[in-house]
Design a protein around this ligand. Structure first.
Ligand code: CP
Length: 312
């Protein structure tokens, strides 16, 4: 594997999950794999889990780590070819990616969707710009369209908790005051499509995700009905995809509550808004897997970095 840009870069989800679970038992098993190599973590947006877990994973493999808050500390980048750069941008991605490639053996990037221009977001200009001009492997730490490190951590968590051959897994929209991207939901859907599960998505009408990603996954507009007899309920807000980037409603009746969760395990990628997305009594219950999901971010990142180091 050269790059890890999306869930589609996983050649065998069961094997990767098994490898991650093995690394979790012995995180320092490959402590010398990254010796004398450096990973650069470039953040165009905020992070807690992705930043620390990817750094931890890299350190477990013996990599040196450079972190840059590119969004607030780097030069404003230009992405278009042939532009006369007499406006706000100071440096072209062409030079930036080549320069960083001289300092780093792997470049990991977080660059969220702007949620203003669907076409621009779907072009993944930051991630693809680095892929095009860098000479080293690129890792997606959440882009406009996907969050494949989160999805891999979620697959590890499901595997650890699942006792059924074909569990019922629900992805539920929840209200949120701000417009949020589709990346986590998209990658979760793509990951679930690689699993044998009774998988259903529930959201209010108007919140349909990109049909090219959901590809016929059942949608149930009645959240209570969708959650009946679920084994796992993954809750996440996203803004409208069709009315791109808009908050169409903040219907509190979609907040996840113990009544809807029933006996299911509750999942969320974090950070989460308490008593908006999910009630305290769900989040603080034994049924909540959110802390373990965050723990598994380290082993998801570690299996990805290990594969890149082994193949490059
Ligand atoms: N789940 C996740 O990516 O968390 P951060 O935004 O804090 O990195």
């Amino acid at each position: 594997m050269k790059h890890y840009l999306s869930v589609q870069d996983i050649d065998s989800l069961p094997n990767w999950v098994e490898e991650a679970r093995d690394l979790k038992k012995n995180p320092k098993k490959h402590r010398n794999l990254g010796t004398d190599k450096t990973i650069g973590l470039l953040f165009f947006n905020n992070s807690l889990r992705t930043r620390l877990s990817t750094q931890k994973a890299a350190m477990n493999l013996g990599l040196e780590v450079i972190v840059m808050n590119f969004g607030s500390e780097g030069w404003a980048l230009e992405y278009a070819d042939g532009t006369i750069m007499d406006q706000g941008t100071s440096e072209h991605i062409k030079e930036a990616a080549q320069v960083i490639s001289q300092y780093c053996d792997i470049i990991a990037i977080r660059a969220f969707a702007g949620l203003k221009d669907k076409e621009e977001d779907e072009s993944e200009k930051v991630l693809n710009g680095f892929k095009k001009y860098a000479s080293v492997p690129i890792v997606n730490m959440e882009s406009s369209v996907g969050h494949p490190l989160q999805a891999l951590a979620d697959a590890i968590t499901l595997a650890e908790q699942n006792t059924k051959k074909r569990p019922k897994v629900v992805l539920s929209w929840a209200p949120h005051p701000k417009a949020l991207p589709h990346a986590v939901a998209n990658s979760f859907v793509e990951m679930m499509q690689l699993q044998d599960a009774d998988f259903v998505i529930t959201h209010p009408e108007g919140y349909e995700l990109n049909a090219e990603i959901t590809r016929g996954t059942p949608i149930e507009y009645d959240q209570k009905k969708a959650c009946e007899n679920a084994d796992f309920i993954y809750v996440k807000n996203w803004s409208s995809y069709t009315d791109y980037g808009k908050v169409l409603n903040q219907d509190k009746s979609w907040t996840m509550t113990p009544e809807k969760v029933g006996k299911a395990k509750f999942m969320h990628c974090l950070p989460v808004r308490r008593n908006v997305v999910v009630s305290d009594d769900v989040l603080d219950s034994d049924q909540s897997l959110v802390i373990e999901q965050a723990n598994n971010r380290t082993y998801a990142a570690q299996v990805v970095l290990k594969k890149i180091l082994e193949n490059n």
